[in-house]
Ligand binder design. Structure first.
Ligand code: PLP
Length: 382
């Protein structure tokens, strides 16, 4: 035992490592007193666009706002259908509903937890306008196939990159394959603000203009409004914080990947399904998610040992009370249901140390050795 509790994420450790820089950046905003749409916002936008190799970045209030604005900018609304997966955070589908469009689900792949491209075409109807692939846990969805299908049916593609800052496919950053990429900077995300924040990236000048007007009350000048918009702006203070943290993102991502590799070494021989990295992918491990049919026992034992875990996510969206009206049923998307039953997120953050990982692996090993003979690894028997 290390004797110390191990959290699922440790935001404080990261804050302490950059405390002086953060405080200097915040003080600068206080001194300028330019709290809304200040210089820090445009500076961060420029740097984040460069980081993602996108032409435009528009800072917004949250990842949810980013998705909502992306759909609006693409003229999606009532009568339209938008395809995504039921195994994601509800913000992905909330944004679709905000526009009045209809949510259409397609199941995920059990290896990458991203949309199953082999099941995509059968979900397309004459009303389908867009696809929202989610790069869940930081693993890129199969953007090559998705873009082929989107071109074939003339569909728009909005990438939900909320969990995938810096993730790449064949060397290209996620968020730059489709029409628009939507980032969340919720504090626990790989690039996290100290409050709510988000951003949209695009290479399309027209979309960039529409989104930047929509996020700020549709204004073209202080009191001239071309259209009705929203108060979906990125705070100057959050932009200043994000600008400091962006410098560290590549090294934090590498630290996540190194810890993921270490987990693989420690857990490889156990009857548990580990994360995979598809060919050509650069996984950024927002979460380190494993699967076991003995999840509840494992979770309880880890908790007793002071090790926090998470479940992302315990219920597919179509089985949520909020989505009863969509008319889906239990059994409709079996991979999502299996994953919802068996996934467990282990502690993973750049500051996690090797002793902690050894302790986590030791407890997992002890629990699973009791069951090893009868476990269907990962719980998916397909
Ligand atoms: C976090 C998250 C969002 C929403 O981001 P907020 O900044 O919390 O609004 C959207 N999609 C996914 C997949 C997320 O993980």
């Amino acid at each position: 035992m290390t004797g110390k509790k191990i959290p699922l994420v440790d935001l404080k450790a990261q804050y302490l490592s950059i405390k002086d820089e953060i405080h200097a950046a915040i003080n600068k905003v206080f001194n300028s007193s330019s709290f809304i749409m200040g210089e820090e916002v445009s500076r961060f936008e420029k740097e984040y666009a460069a980081f993602c190799t996108a032409r435009y970045c528009i800072g917004v209030a949250s990842g949810t706002a980013a998705l909502h604005l992306a759909l609006l900018a693409l003229d999606i609304g009532p009568g339209d259908e938008v395809i995504t997966t039921p195994f994601t955070f509800i913000a992905t589908t909330e944004a679709i509903s905000y526009t009045g469009a209809k949510i259409v689900f397609v199941d995920i792949e059990p290896t990458t937890y991203t949309i199953d491209v082999d099941k995509l075409e059968q979900a397309i109807s004459h009303r389908t306008k867009a696809i929202i692939p989610v790069h869940l846990y930081g693993h890129p969805a199969n953007m090559i196939r998705i873009m082929e299908i989107a071109r074939k049916y003339k569909l728009k593609v909005i990438e939900d990159t909320a969990q995938a800052h810096g993730a790449k496919l064949n060397g290209q950053f996620v968020g730059t394959f489709g029409d628009i990429g939507c980032f969340s900077f919720f504090p626990a995300k790989n690039l996290g603000a100290y409050g709510d924040a988000g951003a949209v990236i695009t290479n399309n000048e027209d979309l960039a203009k529409r989104i930047s007007i929509l996020r700020d009350h549709g204004r073209t000048t202080k009191y001239e409004h071309e259209i009705e918009g929203f108060n979906y702006r990125l705070d100057s203070i959050q932009a200043a914080i994000l600008k400091v943290k962006l410098k560290y993102l590549p090294q934090w991502t590498e630290a996540r990947r190194q810890r993921a590799n270490h987990y693989r070494k420690l857990l490889n021989d156990l009857p548990i399904y580990l994360p995979t990295e598809s060919k050509g992918c650069y996984h950024v491990y927002h979460l380190y998610v494993v699967r076991t049919t003995e999840r509840e026992t494992l979770r309880t034992t880890l908790k007793q040992c002071g090790i926090k875990t998470g479940i992302h996510y315990p219920l597919p969206l179509y089985l949520q009370v909020a989505y009863r009206h969509l008319g889906y049923h239990k059994g409709d998307f079996l991979v999502s249901e299996d994953c919802a039953r068996n996934v467990i997120s282990l502690p993973l953050y750049p500051e996690l140390n090797e002793l902690h990982q050894q302790e986590i692996a030791r407890v997992i090993g002890e629990v699973l050795s009791k069951y090893s003979a009868k476990i269907a690894v990962g719980g998916i028997v397909s």
